[in-house]
Ligand binder design. Structure first.
Ligand code: ADP
Ligand code: MG
Length: 643
């Protein structure tokens, strides 16, 4: 099948160089399997080994090293929620304390060996995090942050109330601590306890980073990031945003709990003193200065704080100005947001590569993988018993009022399988509202929507996506700080399932799911002609390509019906031609298309049937030729058509 693909669109090298810097941090060009990716991990491990050896005789530095390790764990935990999922919590220090208490109280109570206490700490903090999240993640932005802040401030009060169990403000001694001198490498020196704890903390940090590394390359991590970039788009792509936010919150709290357990081991004491909003704020600053949504950022931030403040000069100079210092760093974090230090380093590396490219060096990106031809086409999911249904989407009496405005009133619409059905009408006539109601983002005031003869009433956008409703957005809703490929992979979110534990450990099952999702996504990128850009960030695409990417993402769920909301808006004439070809191929592959458009040429040349909306009412319907000559349509719509 011929595809509308221009040479330049497939030539990733050329286009990628031209990408628009400044919109987002662009990936650094890497060749296949380049070991540079492992460099930060290698540096970290070498640093840990060196530090343990070099500071074997310094109790002070061993303590500081241990603190750096567990603060890095806490920062990595905060990063799961803040950096990947985009939710700001100012109460996470509470999970640090709950982790400490869980280890101190539960592990003797349950008779569990003390060195397994970190599992209890994780579980208890994650459970507490989940409880809080269940109550508050439906809130947005500021409101969510305020609730977490209040929660964090509540913890010291709880500790006072439960004085007998938790020890009151002074804290509770940990009598069930790990004999860290038995940790391999701790040796027999005077500070073997401290050295052992340092190695234990460092080991847990490496484990946490390994899990996070797997997470961002999994269906779970991508769902988190999609929620961060555009929650609406995530929901209509089949991601149940509420539960993913709860999961992210719990995972993040659990990781911070492990850090708290290590802190309790260090001081042999748990106390609510560290559960201040101040401390929660400090975690956030560490993550933000280091780099939100990067793996190395939180570690870098935590190390800078721990080691930085341990230097005598810094201590002497800033002892009385800590608030000022944190404030300044907060401003710095905003100035370098969102990717912080790590993001800026990456930007520098990329600039260096581009400069070399301008001098003639060839920047070789990994070519897109070959994909079986059958995966390069849209597909309609097989559904037992519904294949014969000639009507895909049936809408009757659909009404949507916003206060006094009836954006839709009593609209009936029947979309037949395998057709391109156009829905046209002047600005403000209710077209986008129609899509929002059909996809479940808006609840209709009255009327019903049936897909394949089954009512969609009361179903969430995510469930409707799984049933076969997919859409694009008039105002693009791409996940800009994710790659083009990842965008399409999240589009296919609902086609696969994989448990969080599988994802974190990247088990063979998780790998199989990844392979299937990425194959499917590459196939659809070939289909829309964007395979050459697969590894670039979506935010760097040209406008017309962004629209094509939204189509690929919507197709990834194997929809029954694809709702396109003004896909040609802002496109040039030649691009509109390509788009028309693409839509025809989508229909030929068996996906029914509901096309909302403003460009009459596109609508008339492409549609099998046209319905016209005006002021929320359907005023005409028929073949393109009939509609074109309908008096009411001419009066309401074509008369003011300028394009
Ligand atoms: P179209 O897509 O055809 O340009 P819309 O569906 O966006 O039109 O809008 C139809 C009408 O509904 C407009 O008058 C608009 O102001 C109103 N409307 C749409 N969404 C909302 C909303 N969330 N709240 C209030 N009014 C809305
Ligand atoms: Mg609209």
């Amino acid at each position: 099948m011929a595809r509308p693909r221009t040479a330049s669109r497939d030539a990733g090298e050329v286009d990628a160089v031209k990408g628009q810097p400044g919109q987002a941090v662009l990936p650094i060009y890497r060749r296949r399997g380049e070991l540079v990716r492992l460099l930060p991990s290698v540096i970290l491990v070498l640093f840990i080994l060196w530090f343990g050896r070099a500071q074997v005789d310094s109790r002070k530095w061993l303590d500081i090293g241990t603190e750096a390790m567990y603060l890095a764990i806490a920062a990595a935990g905060v990063n799961v929620l803040l950096g990947y999922t985009g939710l700001l919590s100012l109460g996470h220090a509470a999970f640090f304390v709950s982790g400490g208490y869980a280890g101190a109280i539960l592990s003797p109570a349950l008779g569990i060996p003390p060195w397994l206490g970190f599992i209890l700490a994780f579980a208890a903090s994650a459970a507490l995090g989940a409880v809080l999240a269940l109550m508050c993640v439906h809130l947005h932005g500021f409101y969510l942050t305020v609730v977490t802040f209040g929660f964090g401030a509540l913890v010291p009060a709880i500790v006072v109330v439960a004085k007998n169990q938790l020890g009151g403000p002074a804290g509770r001694a940990v009598d069930h601590f790990v004999d860290t001198s038995k940790v391999p490498g701790a040796g027999h020196g005077p500070f073997s306890l401290q050295l052992g704890l340092f190695y234990l903390s460092a080991f847990l940090l490496v484990v946490v980073l390994f899990l996070c590394w797997n997470l961002v390359r999994s269906r779970w991590g991508r769902a988190f990031m999609a929620i961060r970039e555009s929650e609406v788009a995530a929901r209509v792509s089949g991601v149940n945003a509420y539960w993913y936010k709860v999961a992210s919150f719990a995972l993040s709290a659990g990781i911070v709990g492990v850090a708290g357990w290590l802190g309790a081991q260090r001081f042999v004491l748990v106390s609510s003193q560290v559960a201040t909003p101040d401390q929660s704020f400090r975690y956030v600053i560490m993550v933000a200065v280091g780099g939100m949504g990067t793996l190395a950022g939180p570690v870098l931030g935590a190390f800078a704080f721990s080691f930085g403040f341990a230097i005598g000069w810094v201590q002497n100079t800033f002892r009385d100005y800590q608030g000022l210092l944190y404030g300044t760093l907060g401003l710095l974090a905003i100035a370098t947001a969102p990717e912080g230090t790590v993001g800026n380093l990456r930007r520098l590396a990329r600039r260096y590569q581009l400069r070399r490219a301008r001098r003639g060096a060839v920047l070789r990106t990994m070519p897109p993988p070959d994909v079986a031809p059958e995966l390069q086409l849209p597909a309609v999911r097989e559904r037992a018993g519904t294949e014969g249904n000639a009507v895909v989407l049936e809408v009757s009496g659909l009404t949507k009022r916003f206060g006094g405005v009836a954006a839709l009133s009593e609209v009936d619409l029947v979309v037949e399988r395998g057709t391109v059905h156009a829905l046209i009408g002047p600005n403000g006539s209710g077209k986008t509202t129609f899509i929002n109601v059909v996809t479940g983002l808006y609840k209709p005031t009255a009327g019903r929507v049936d897909l394949d003869g089954q009512s969609l009433e009361g179903l969430s956008p995510a469930v409707r996506s799984r049933r076969g409703v997919a859409r694009t957005f008039q105002n693009l809703q791409l996940w800009r700080r994710m790659t083009v490929l990842e965008n399409v992979m999240v589009g296919a979110h609902a086609r696969e399932r994989v448990g969080l534990v599988h994802a974190l450990l990247r088990t063979p099952k998780a790998r199989r799911v990844e392979r299937r999702l990425s194959e499917r996504a590459w196939g659809l990128l070939h289909f829309v002609g964007l395979a050459g850009r697969g590894r670039d960030l979506a935010g760097t695409l040209a406008f017309a390509d962004m629209r094509r990417l939204e189509i690929a993402r919507a197709l990834a769920s194997d929809p029954e019906v694809l709702l396109l909301d003004e896909p040609a808006a802002g496109m040039q004439v030649s691009e509109i031609h390509d788009l028309a070809d693409l839509i025809r191929q989508v229909r030929d592959a068996g996906v029914t298309v509901l096309l909302i458009e403003h460009h009459m040429d596109l609508v008339m040349g492409l549609s099998d049937r046209v319905s016209v909306l005006d002021y929320g009412q359907k005023i005409a319907e028929g073949s393109p030729a009939e509609v074109r000559h309908d008096d009411r349509v001419v009066a309401a719509y074509l008369g003011q058509e300028t394009a």
